[in-house]
Design a protein around this ligand. Structure first.
Ligand code: ADP
Length: 216
């Protein structure tokens, strides 16, 4: 089953391709941005803390994002056997901590999809999205800041995952269907989805998992 991290600058199509991959494979879609926006919308004290960072385009602190994300990843992997992580990890400390956490729980990621597009194309797409969705961090000034934050804090993860041999780099400066066909091919080549159907490769359940399911 796919356990994939989607890594990309804002506007490269992380959300779109994550949702597609989720439909294609049956793995759970976990979007850090969606979880944070839901927390903000709830009006909780935690949500107010989160909003102070997201509105400026800064990353929320690692501890905070980890405490929100980790339970969702564990539940998703238990329920579907896989995950598509959309927007996490985004800093080296997040990546190192989730690698350790993944190893302990046998939930290590088996691919990292790095989506790219020229910077001006990213800005244009985000400004278009601003008109459609009205996200309050999609103003030109905040977009430029989010791109700079990506370069400074998230881009180092590309070489880290390339070094681990699990990076799949794809240009999204072309039709969506082409990106998706390419992605599927690369996942098939790594044995993560079935070559004939594009369906996930079934993972045999261990007896202990069946027990855990019964106890839920
Ligand atoms: P985009 O990729 O367009 O920036 P997201 O929805 O992925 O949009 O993220 C929106 C905002 O949520 C980010 O600008 C950041 O403030 C916060 N965020 C999302 N994921 C993380 C993360 N892993 N670590 C810290 N902050 C995050």
């Amino acid at each position: 089953m796919v356990r994939v991290i989607m890594l990309s600058p804002p506007g490269a199509g992380k959300g779109t391709h994550s949702r597609w991959l989720t439909r294609q494979t049956g793995a759970a879609h976990i979007s850090s941005g969606d979880l944070l926006r839901a927390e903000v919308a709830s009006g909780s004290e935690l949500g107010q803390q989160v909003a102070a960072y997201t509105a400026r385009g800064d990353l929320v602190p690692d501890d905070l994002i980890f405490s929100i994300l980790a339970p969702a990843v564990v539940a998703a992997a238990r329920d579907t056997g896989g995950y598509v992580l959309d927007g996490f990890p985004r800093t080296m400390p997040q990546a190192l901590r989730s690698a350790q956490f993944g190893a302990e729980l046998r939930l290590t990621s088996n691919a990292v999809v790095y989506l790219t597009a020229p910077e001006e194309e990213l800005v244009d797409r985000l400004l278009d999205r601003a008109q459609r969705d009205g996200r309050d961090d999609d103003t030109l000034e905040v977009i430029r800041h989010r791109l700079a934050v990506f370069t400074r804090q998230t881009a180092p993860l590309v070489e880290y995952y390339r070094g681990r041999g699990i990076l799949i780099e794809l240009s999204t400066d072309r039709p969506e269907a082409e990106v998706q066909a390419d992605l599927l091919n690369q996942l098939q080549a790594r044995g993560l989805v079935d070559p004939g159907t594009g369906e996930p490769i079934a993972r045999p359940r261990r007896a202990s998992e069946n027990g855990a399911a019964e106890n839920r």
